[in-house]
Design a protein around this ligand. Sequence first.
Ligand code: FES
Ligand code: FES
Length: 152
Amino acid sequence: MRKYSFTLNNEPVVVKAPPAYTLLEVLRNVLNLTGTKDGCGKGECGACTVLINGKAVNACLMIMEQVEGSDVTTIEGLATDPLGSVVVRAFEKEGAIQCGYCTPGMIVSSTAFLSRNSKPNIEETKEFLRGNLCRCTGYSKIVKAVIEASRG
Ligand code: FES
Ligand code: FES
């Protein structure tokens, strides 16, 4: 076991985990924060997206040594984030959620995207969504939700 210190949703945390553990495993298996989903486990689906130092990353690809000292925000932390909560409401309003498995990753990615580009067009939004897979919605409601969120 190794000890890792980082900031999680604005709170300092210290966790003990095996050296090969990924951030996704620590979030779900050690800290019991199950909002971050385990989809493919190999960086292809975006279900595990979290923010590290404000940037959207796949938690399944981050080993804990890379996370040490970082500022991590998960879907649980976005509930109280001004932009994150606008994105959550927009997803609800547009009905951009079906089974919900992709939704936390979509919302985290969308929040990072809108923090860089506050007025995206539809093409830019579709391009950004390529990193997050959804088997249910056909994406159009998700694109609408991101555009809706950009309007505040
Ligand atoms: S679970 Fe991480 S990208 Fe799919
Ligand atoms: S809502 Fe089911 S995978 Fe996106």
